[in-house]
Ligand binder design. Structure first.
Ligand code: UT7
Length: 328
């Protein structure tokens, strides 16, 4: 059996910045509250003419350049997103056309865990021999779905995209993956309107039902419970333990979640990657964005063990253990 290894990484953040000071002028909040409760100082917003596929396309081009491959080399494109350009066609198909690819392309939706689910699809395609080279992207523009008069949610989210190129290899890169879902927790975090259950009407818009709704405290408790568990399960499936982890790369949702999870896993905080201060919660993009930052800052060495861990609406969660095989 072939293994899947990461041969390219790329990311993209839009230029438009929204700082905590900007938010102070929009809702009743303060830089002090946002910083101490979330660790976020600023986030990026997609430009008015940028859709999720545009963010995905930029990140993918950077990852393809890093991998040194051309569009013809790619056998499969998987995009993880919960803020697609439109209901259909998929964001993956739009991105495929932007990139000039001719391979199959599809979206995977597991909210903020979408990238880990997409990575599982990409890995399985390579391990089964159905694909040799797979482009996997996490991209979201959730600020398009946030109510900028709701201080409980509008301070959290930012837009962005990150991408990996995976290729068949003799030595394993992706070692083990654990995925989970619990649909009974769906009400904790959702966008109620705009789908088949509640199509968009004047009434749903007037009631603000097309915006993100979140029970923040419950999501927080879910996150700090599930992240250590799924990390340990994926490590065990890889024949490793927490002591082997060089870098824990959790979904960037709240600095207090990252700190609590580090303590529960017994990991020194400096081994937990955090870039939330400047990105906010970029949903499916946050994990590949953080990996790209680690990589481009020269902090990854061949042999390093990465634990990539996501959680989000659904409820969904998942962890992927990766041995870094790429030279810096
Ligand atoms: O991708 C996964 C998605 N989401 C998450 O992971 C989110 C997880 N949850 C969280 O990060 C936190 O629950 C939040 C940051 C959303 C909220 O922080 P918290 O410490 O749980 O605050 P809280 O909701 O318990 O609210 C405490 C107080 C409330 O006021 P009262 O009732 O005590 O008077 C809120 O109204 O803080 C108030 N508050 C704010 N104050 C200033 C809530 N949001 C704000 C705000 N600025 N932006």
């Amino acid at each position: 059996m072939k293994h899947a290894a990461i041969i390219g990484v790329g990311s993209y953040l839009p230029n438009r910045r929204l700082t905590n000071e900007d938010l102070e002028g929009m809702v009743e909040t303060s830089d002090e509250w946002i910083t101490t409760r979330t660790g976020i100082s600023e986030r990026r917003l997609a430009e008015k003419d940028q859709a999720t596929s545009d963010l995905a396309t930029h990140a993918a081009r950077n990852a393809m350049r890093d991998a040194g491959i051309t569009p013809a080399d790619i056998d499969l494109l998987v995009v993880g997103t919960s803020s697609p350009d439109m209901i259909f066609p998929s964001t993956a198909c739009i991105t495929q056309a932007n990139l000039g690819l001719t391979c199959p392309a599809y979206d995977v939706m597991a909210a903020c865990t979408s990238f880990i689910f997409a990575l599982q699809n990409a890995t399985a395609a390579i391990e089964s021999g159905r694909a040799r080279t797979v482009l996997v992207i996490g991209a979201d523009a959730l600020t398009r779905h946030v109510d900028f008069s709701d201080r409980g949610t509008c301070i959290l989210f930012g837009d962005g995209a990150g991408a990996f190129v995976l290729q068949a290899a003799d030595e394993p890169g992706v070692l083990g993956i654990d995925l989970g879902a619990d649909g009974t927790g769906g009400d904790m975090l959702k966008i109620p309107a705009g789908g088949s259950a509640m199509p968009t009407t004047v009434e749903t818009i007037e009631a603000g039902l097309h915006f993100v709704q979140m029970v923040g405290n419950d999501v927080f408790k879910f996150a700090v419970r599930v992240i250590p568990k799924t990390t340990e399960t994926a490590l065990a499936a890889s024949g490793l333990s927490v002591d082997d982890v060089t870098w824990l790369v959790p979904h960037q949702a709240n600095q207090r979640i990252l700190d609590t999870v580090a303590d529960r896993l017994g990991l020194p905080h400096e081994r937990v990657v955090s870039n939330i201060a400047l990105t906010g919660n970029t949903s499916a993009a946050s994990i590949p964005l953080a990996v790209d930052e680690l990589y481009t800052s020269g902090n990854l060495r061949p042999g390093d063990i990465l634990a990539l861990v996501g959680f989000g609406a659904g409820l969904t969660w998942g962890a992927a253990i990766v041995r870094w095989t790429k030279e810096v």
